[in-house]
Write a protein that binds this ligand. Structure first.
Ligand code: HAM
Length: 432
């Protein structure tokens, strides 16, 4: 294919293939996710990649960045507006209500892992297709112990990825009773500052003042420092809830940092919000200034789907981000070197018998590779070298006739002919 043709057919902006040589990192993170989910009794749920767009519009909020500008929405022929899911929580709650999953027990501990889609400007740790693993505890009541169970599962998961220097940032953004008072205080504070703020924040003062605290724009930072603090305005129920969360964290000796500006970019949250960071530095000096995982409580989200249920809390890890950190800090995956053999055939008669001999080796648990499509001995040995096989099993006309096979040690080229009947045992004897 010509270069210009290929350029037109490359993967879309911000979307990446996960290539065979990267799969070991993904295998590791998937394995640890399954371990933690099982350890803390979270049941797996998979929801569809496409949802009706309203599922997110009504849950995340019309004025959030995701809904305003980041969703991949398409109109089906029948006029339905469908969106590629930008996150998992709204879909989980949709599915929980739609299928009446409360009968599975209250609260229900669910986890999911899979791709999410957001039309963002790609940059370090920010892609248009990315993967999340989320843990959600839904149903039951709003006991702060559930908030901490989610945080604990995420903490332990990040630890199992061998990411050090983790920090948990935490805040409470109150409820319908106390948040309006805070919003008013915030609007009053920002009202006169509006002309000095960035374009987005000027809009936020009117539409979504809490998000003013979330702005990363340099121009707005000086004003954030003097903004009123939400914890001072919490009602007594929210204060008690947040105190409960912090006490459970302290009991578990999980350190945390109170973060007054942590309001999160999704409207469905109430009370607890949290994010995990790491300040571990890679050998090449790379710093990771993005959240590895994030979440919070979302008691009001069930109403959107017509349910009277009113408790949910969860959090999700960004898989690309944790893998980037793991690779940069050179996490040892603990992969054990596996010795392998390469099966080499010479001639048609030997080739005919090769598949069944290879099957015999595989059935005996011996890792074996081959290139049965190639006929020349030299080409097959080149493949064996490329694959860094430890031994070659060479099977030609003479060996067919004598019912034997040659075992060649590819490190020192020492070789020996052994009876076919003993092939498996002789290979195993040579494996360390
Ligand atoms: P979120 O903060 O939007 O929350 O995303 C959670 C995590 O996903 C982030 O901390 C980050 O690691 C990763 N992430 C987000 N956007 C991207 C991106 N464009 N590229 C790469 N990684 C990304 C949620 O999605 C909530 N649903 C989390 C939650 C679960 N809340 C309650 N339950």
């Amino acid at each position: 294919m010509s270069k210009s043709k290929l350029q037109n057919l490359q993967s879309p902006k911000g979307m990446h293939d996960i290539l065979p040589q990267e799969q070991m990192w993904w295998d590791k993170v998937r394995k640890e996710v399954d371990y933690i989910a099982d350890y803390y009794n979270f049941m797996r749920i998979d929801t569809s990649l496409l949802e009706r767009a309203e599922v997110f519009e009504k849950s995340l909020g019309e004025t959030t960045d995701i809904v305003e500008k980041q969703m991949f929405v398409y109109k089906s022929r029948s006029g339905d507006r469908l969106a590629l899911r930008p996150e998992g929580t709204a879909s989980i709650v949709r599915s929980y209500v739609q299928h009446g999953l409360s009968h599975l027990g209250q609260p229900l501990k669910l986890f999911y892992t899979g791709p999410m889609f957001r039309k963002e400007q790609p940059q370090a740790g920010r892609f248009r297709q990315f993967h999340q693993t989320g843990f959600e505890i839904v149903g039951g009541d709003d006991d702060p112990v559930y908030d901490v169970q989610v945080i604990l599962a995420l903490y332990r998961l990040l630890e199992r990825f061998k990411i050090k220097n983790l920090s948990l940032h935490i805040n409470s953004i109150g409820c319908r009773v106390c948040r309006p008072t805070y919003r008013k205080k915030l609007t009053d504070y920002y009202k006169d500052l509006a002309p000095k703020l960035c374009k987005d924040c000027r809009r936020r003062v009117k539409e979504n003042p809490l998000r003013l605290l979330d702005c990363k724009n340099e121009q707005c930072q000086p004003y954030k420092a003097g903004a009123p603090i939400i914890l001072d305005t919490l009602c007594s129920n929210c204060s008690k809830h947040f105190k409960g969360v912090l006490e459970y964290l302290e009991e578990l000796k999980l350190s945390y940092q109170l973060d007054n500006h942590l309001v999160r970019g999704l409207d469905y949250y109430n009370r607890t919000t949290f994010e995990f960071f790491t300040d571990v530095a890679a050998e090449d000096g790379t710093k990771f200034d993005f959240a590895l995982a994030a979440g919070g409580r979302y008691d009001y989200l069930f109403e959107v789907f017509g349910s009277r249920q009113n408790s949910g809390v969860g959090g999700a890890v960004g898989m690309e981000r944790v893998i980037e950190v793991m690779r940069k800090i050179k996490v040892n995956l603990g992969l054990r070197y596996k010795q392998t053999v390469f099966f080499v055939h010479i001639g048609e008669v030997a080739k005919k018998k090769s598949l069944s001999l290879i099957e015999e080796l595989r059935a005996a648990g011996i890792p074996v590779s081959e290139s049965l499509g190639k006929d020349s001995l030299a080409a097959q040995l080149r493949s064996a070298n490329k694959e860094r096989a430890d031994f070659a099993l060479i099977f030609g006309q003479k060996e067919v006739f004598e019912e034997s096979i040659i075992i060649r040690d590819l490190k020192n080229s020492v070789q020996e002919t052994v009876p076919l009947m003993k092939m498996v045992n002789e290979v195993k004897r040579r494996f360390k």
